[in-house]
Ligand binder design. Structure first.
Ligand code: C2E
Ligand code: CA
Ligand code: CA
Length: 245
C-alpha cells in the first residue's frame, strides 16, 4: 500500500511511503503490526523487506513514466534493523535500483530512531554506504528514541519524520504539544534536515505544522495508505483540486 506525502504549503504530492500489508487467505488484510515483529524475530523480514523495496521501486517507476505530473515522485521504504545489519544490504539496494531504473535520489529509506540507538558501529557504516549510492535516509518515529544532538549530527540522514504521537497532540489542550514540535522543527533546521510530519488528521494540525515551519506531511487528512490500483485516480483528483485552489 502507498500513502501520499505532500508539501504542507501547496499540498502538492511529492512522494509515497510504501506500507506493507498481508492479504491473508482466511484472515483478510493484515496490518504490519500483526506480522512485521515476528518477521523481524525469525529473519523473514530480510526477504520480505527486499520484496517490498523492489515492488515499491517498480511501482513508482511505472507511475513516474505513465502518469501526467508524476515524473518527479519519490518513494520511501521502511528498512528494519535486521535488514540494515545484513551483510549485503548495500548491494541489495543498489541492485533493486538498477533493475527498476529509478534514480537513487528518488528513493528514501526510513530507519526508526530506536534502531539507531541500539546498535551503533556496523549500522552507521551501512547507512553511510547507502547514502553514498545517492539514496536519501530518514529517521522514522523521531522523538520516541533518545538520540543526543551530537549523535544526530553525525548521522548521514537527510530528513526526520516527527512521530505521530506529537502531531496527534496538536490542536488538543496539551500545552506542551506546540513547544515540543517547535523544538523538533528548530533542531531539524539547525541540522539542515527536512521535516516530515506523520499522522496529520486535521486542518488545525496542518496549519500549526505549517506555521512551525515543517515542510512535508502525510496523514488521513489527505489519504490513508491506498492499494496501488487506486493511486493513479488519486493523483489525478489531487491535481484537479490543486488547479482550483
Ligand atoms: P510507520 O513507518 O511509522 O508508518 C506510519 C503508520 O502510520 C502506518 O501504519 C500508517 O498507516 C499510519 N498512519 C498514516 N497516517 C495516519 C494518520 O493520519 N492517523 C493514524 N492514526 N495513522 C496514520 P501501518 O501501515 O499500520 O504501519 C505500521 C508500522 O509497520 C510502520 O510504522 C512501520 O514501522 C511498519 N512497517 C510497515 N511497512 C513496513 C515494511 O515494509 N518494512 C518494515 N520493516 N516495517 C514496515
Ligand atoms: Ca515509516
Ligand atoms: Ca513513523
Amino acid at each position: 500500500y502507498y500513502q501520499p506525502v505532500l508539501t504542507l504549503d501547496t499540498q502538492a504530492v511529492v512522494g509515497f511511503e510504501a506500507l506493507v500489508r498481508w492479504k491473508h487467505p482466511s484472515l483478510g488484510l493484515l496490518p504490519p503490526d500483526q506480522f512485521v515483529a515476528v518477521a523481524e524475530e525469525t529473519g523473514l523480514i530480510v526477504p520480505l523487506g527486499e520484496w517490498v523495496l523492489k515492488q515499491a521501486l517498480d511501482q513508482v517507476a511505472g507511475w513516474r513514466s505513465r502518469l501526467p505530473g508524476a515524473a518527479d515522485l519519490w518513494v520511501s521504504v521502511n528498512l528494519s534493523a535486521r535488514q540494515l545489519r545484513a551483510r549485503n544490504v548495500v548491494d541489495m539496494v543498489a541492485d533493486a535500483l538498477l533493475t527498476s531504473g529509478m534514480p537513487p535520489n528518488a528513493l528514501q529509506l526510513e530507519i526508526t530512531e530506536s534502531v539507531l540507538m541500539d546498535e551503533v558501529g556496523p549500522t552507521i557504516d551501512a547507512m553511510k554506504a547507502i547514502r553514498a549510492l545517492g539514496v536519501q535516509l530518514a529517521i522514522d518515529d523521531f522523538g520516541t528514541g533518545y538520540s543526543s544532538l551530537s549523535y544526530l549530527k553525525s548521522l548521514p540522514v537527510s530528513s526526520i519524520k516527527i512521530d505521530r504521537s506529537f502531531v496527534g497532540c496538536l490542536g488538543s489542550d496539551d500545552a506542551s504539544a506546540i513547544p515540543l514540535v517547535d523544538a523538533i522543527v528548530s533542531m531539524a533546521r539547525a541540522l539542515d534536515l527536512e521535516v516530515v510530519a506523520e499522522g496529520v488528521e486535521t486542518a488545525v494540525q496542518r496549519e500549526t505544522l505549517l506555521e512551525l515551519g515543517a515542510g512535508l506531511a502525510q496523514g488521513y487528512l489527505w489519504s490513508r495508505p491506498l492499494e496501488p490500483g487506486l493511486i493513479p485516480a488519486w493523483i489525478a483528483a489531487r491535481a484537479r483540486v490543486a488547479s482550483i485552489t
